[in-house]
Design a protein around this ligand. Sequence first.
Ligand code: HAX
Length: 437
Amino acid sequence: MSTLKETLRKKIDAHRPRTTRLVKEFSDVSLGEVTIGQCIGGARGIKSLVTDISYLDPMEGIRFRGMTIPETFAALPKVPGKDQPYVEGFWYLLLTGDVPTMEQTLEVVADWKKRSVVPQYVYDVLNALPDDSHPMAMFSSAVLAMQRDSVFAKTYASGKFNKMTCWEDMYEDSNNMMAKLGPIGAYIYRKKYKNNKQIAADPNLDMGGNFAHMMGVDAPYDDVARMYFILHSDHESGNVSAHTTHLVASALSDAYYAYSAGLNGLAGPLHGLANEEVLRWTQAFMEKLGGEVPTEEKLKEALWATLNSGQVIPGYGHAVLRKTDPRYISQREFCLKTEGLKDYPLFQLVRMIFEVAPGVLTEHGKAKNPWPNVDAQSGVIQWYYGVTQYEFYTVLFGIGRALGCLANITWDRALGYGIERPKSVTTAMLEAAAGIK
Ligand code: HAX
């Protein structure tokens, strides 16, 4: 058995009594009340999910397994000769909470390689879709198609389901899926935008390196891919993609059903699609100005025009965060220290939006958080390296987000979390609770 699986087993065995004790002895302890505002307003802030994979502090931002983003990047083993860590090592960290050694990381690299061959029927499904299908619809269809190979579904159908060991099948499905998502994403990219001229996998490369290779984009795009996948992996479990994945998996649906559903949520413009919207908005704005970086005055006018037309400023605001997203800052720092990118006009504009938009949003007075989120920065980096098809950006997000979602549902199974079933009320009940006659 692999070191990762064995370590995970030990962690699960050690963790189970904590969950069991909480359920048996403390089930009635209250975590707070629910207000009418929360009930109508998307369950914002209601504590009804448990995860130890990541925690989002409104002021500090995300911590992965207790570590900030800079701590995470500093701690993980790096790909030799590169600046960024192995995505495979990060997966080890998310699943176990332990920073892996280089040897443990390379074991996952080798394991994913074995699992990475995408079945022909997945390509057949993708090829059967119209060329103008959105890449997210293609990506989600590919994930859903692979359900036929689910290890969990096979065990369940054979009548061998066992509550204590079912996490192992989820683990197998999750690793099988993780290993294939990069090649599937690159296939969609080249099918849609590069006349279907596909590039074969390079068995010598790690997940991030092979993704860049199959996309056909030169270094340092391999490091960009590694950074991007890690930064987009997890953001607690209440966001739409993670929560949907968890919800669907809670019905004992397998990882493919669950993550395909999560991807469909990620495809919404208020969630993952925001990074596409940011670039669309920014590019359209620059085009109007004949490719010039605008003055602050012109930028203010454009931001107000967007708000006055009833639209949101994409890439700004957040349901939980109340400060600039550290994922935004990491990507901004990457731009600032990369020759060429630092002075790139599109980045200049993104920088200027960062200086102007928070003031405009504050004056507008609606958004609880006027600061940028991850999506405000990610597109410009892709664009600079030649991935200019912004429709595709959410697929990149989806490859990274799988790390968090799949680590979470593996633990969900291990700890036997229940099927989700919140209670609904009627409007009349809310009116009665409010004392409205
Ligand atoms: N521009 C204009 N108005 C905004 C805004 C923005 N960027 N962010 C919030 N608001 C508005 C809301 O639309 C809401 O208006 P109404 O009262 O008229 O409905 C009001 O401010 C209060 O909203 P909020 O409580 O601050 O924010 P929510 O928790 O409801 O929503 C969102 C959080 C991220 C969806 C929101 O800030 C938004 O739409 N931002 C732009 C889209 C975006 O960047 N999405 C990506 C978020 C990160 C992510 O999940 N990535 O995947």
